[in-house]
Design a binder for this molecule. Structure first.
Ligand SMILES: C[S@@+](CC[C@H](N)C(=O)[O-])C[C@H]1O[C@@H](n2cnc3c(N)ncnc32)[C@H](O)[C@@H]1O
Length: 257
């Protein structure tokens, strides 16, 4: 059983704030370059959210190419559609990762950025991506591994209680990061590179944006992972101005269909 996600059901401003952080900008830029998108390419952004990466993709494909953002959430798709209205080479469709609205072997490049952590069947979604990509076409994936979350606190038991809550309850596919290479290979992809773009978070406010420390502490208390007093002690120190450090793995995979 999982509680509402650390990230997935969060509103648009949350995704914008995360995308604006330095760690997010760094790995997104790296993924974009790794895809080697050419002018005229047909590019799919699966789980495009509020159009976070669609404009950058549109610049890469140029006027002869096409970018298609897919998101299953109607509100998210509508927001994305409004935001990319000025780009004639971009469209957004509401669809499910398990049933992509494309013929086989019609897409040149695809990316899925923190999406497989939310889907019901990541293997099936990867098989769909493999079906729609042309043979040899590139796929870029990025997914966190919530089991690797570590947050410094003088009371290691409190820290473990909080990270256990995140690892066990906060998302549907908590360990998808480490599973990406194996699941992508099983779906028929040839793995080109696997990297860990782990964020080293030294600023509480940035960590709060990415990890939702306050709201997830409330949830960890409600779920019994922390006592109310423990939750207060946990947050009091984190917000008290002492030196802050947290890290979590973000696994990126570049693969060829
Ligand atoms: C964490 S957000 C990431 C959004 C965007 N890729 C970004 O980097 O900002 C995950 C997105 O995946 C979408 N999503 C979740 N499950 C999906 C599914 N089964 N099919 C399509 N989209 C899905 C959500 O609606 C959400 O917009």
């Amino acid at each position: 059983m999982t509680d509402s996600a650390v990230t997935s059901t969060a509103p648009t401003p949350y995704l914008d704030l995360v995308a604006a952080t330095r760690p997010a900008r760094a790995y997104k830029h790296e993924l974009l370059k790794a895809l080697c998108i050419g002018a005229g390419d047909q590019v799919l952004d699966l789980g495009c959210g509020p159009a976070t990466d669609l404009a950058a993709l549109a610049e890469e494909v140029g006027p002869t190419g096409r970018v298609i953002g897919i998101d299953q959430d109607p509100a998210m798709a509508a927001t994305a559609r409004a935001r990319i209205a000025v780009y004639p080479n971009v469209e957004v469709r509401q669809a499910d990762a398990h049933h992509l609205p494309f013929d086989a072997a019609t897409i040149d490049r695809a990316r899925a950025d923190r999406v497989l952590m939310h889907v019901a069947d990541p293997s099936a979604a990867l098989a769909e991506l493999h079906r729609v990509l042309r043979p040899g076409a590139l796929l870029a994936l990025a997914e966190p591994d919530w089991d690797t979350l570590a947050i410094d606190h003088p009371d290691l038991d409190l820290s473990r209680a909080f990270t256990n809550y995140i690892a066990q309850r906060a998302n549907r596919n908590q360990a998808i990061g480490r599973q990406l290479p194996r699941l992508a290979a099983h779906a028929g992809f040839t793995i080109r590179t696997v990297r860990n773009a782990a964020a080293a978070l030294t600023d509480f406010d940035v960590a709060e944006t990415i990890l939702g420390l306050r709201r997830n502490t409330t949830r960890a208390v409600a779920a019994g992972y922390l006592t109310p007093a423990g939750g207060r002690a946990w947050l009091d120190h984190l917000t008290g101005g002492d030196t802050f450090f947290a890290t979590v793995s973000l696994i990126t995979v570049l693969a060829a269909a």
